[in-house]
Design a protein around this ligand. Sequence first.
Ligand code: HSE
Length: 341
Amino acid sequence: MTEKAVNLVLMGFGNVGKAFVKLLEEKTDHLRESHGLSLFLRAIFKSTGGLFPCAGFKLKDILDDPGADLRVHAFWKQNLSLESIVREVEPGVLVDCTPSNLKTGEPGLTHARLALDSGWHVVTANKGPLAVNFSGLREKASRNRLALKFSGAAAAALPALDVGLCSLAGAEVLAVEGILNGTTNFILTEMGEGRSYSEAVQEARVRGIAEPDPASDVEGWDTAVKLLLIGNAVMGLNLRLSDISVEGIVGLPAELIDRARREGKSVKLLGRIRREQGGITASVAPCVIDHSHPLFGVEGTAKGITYFTDTMGDVTLTGGKSDPRGAAAAVLKDIINIYHP
Ligand code: HSE
């Protein structure tokens, strides 16, 4: 197999960014042997500066193990500019793992625009830029003949986009229902087993599933953005966040969850899009479902989605790891698929 060398720049060095670096290290041989890819991390940026490889730089040196901070400092250069890196280094893929700001899209929006204007593909786990300017970024990527991939932002390890875009090609998706947020599904499952809401939120944070500000999970916005991405990418819609009616699980009475359980039912935070005669309706809300619903058995941190189609019937997929490693793996998958679609 001919080998292709690809440069990467990583934005963000939080849970997902670190998990991504760890995967690059772990999968080096697999990427070369199975996909003919050698991925070179040329720089890492976080809010306080940029890390660039100099003599002795090894991926394993910057991973999150005891003493790693000291070694990180040895390579850290303040004020390294993304602009200079994307202009001076042979273009490859900009990987965005910075936190999602659903109001401004920043800093990811600026990164993505700069990369796409400089010949770099973009793979993002950051929902912010897409929530704020989905169509603008897609147009820019397409005009410049570059890839803009966002599995890591859409449902991460659950391959909702791949199935919708690839496996359902030729079918019309009439409606979508999804459990798209691992944190809230975990909280609802734990509450069903008698745990309190606040204990369950805390546990989701410890597991690294919850967003840095879990309000985005529990108020339903994380589900709403994922729904927007799936609706726009797979159903060809042009949804904005303001088009989606959003209700989260804050203040949901424990009694409702108990009663559903006693009746053999379950409460799930569902994201839904339907094509109806008058147009499109999109919503996020807690719903009581029973065993006849295809997502009934999706428990804990698992996610799931059902596509209702005109020619292929209902197609459901469930599972996928909801943690930083799962999100990082979705990012890596997107990179591989740019070069080997
Ligand atoms: N906080 C998200 C979730 C993970 O719980 O699903 C990233 O999307």
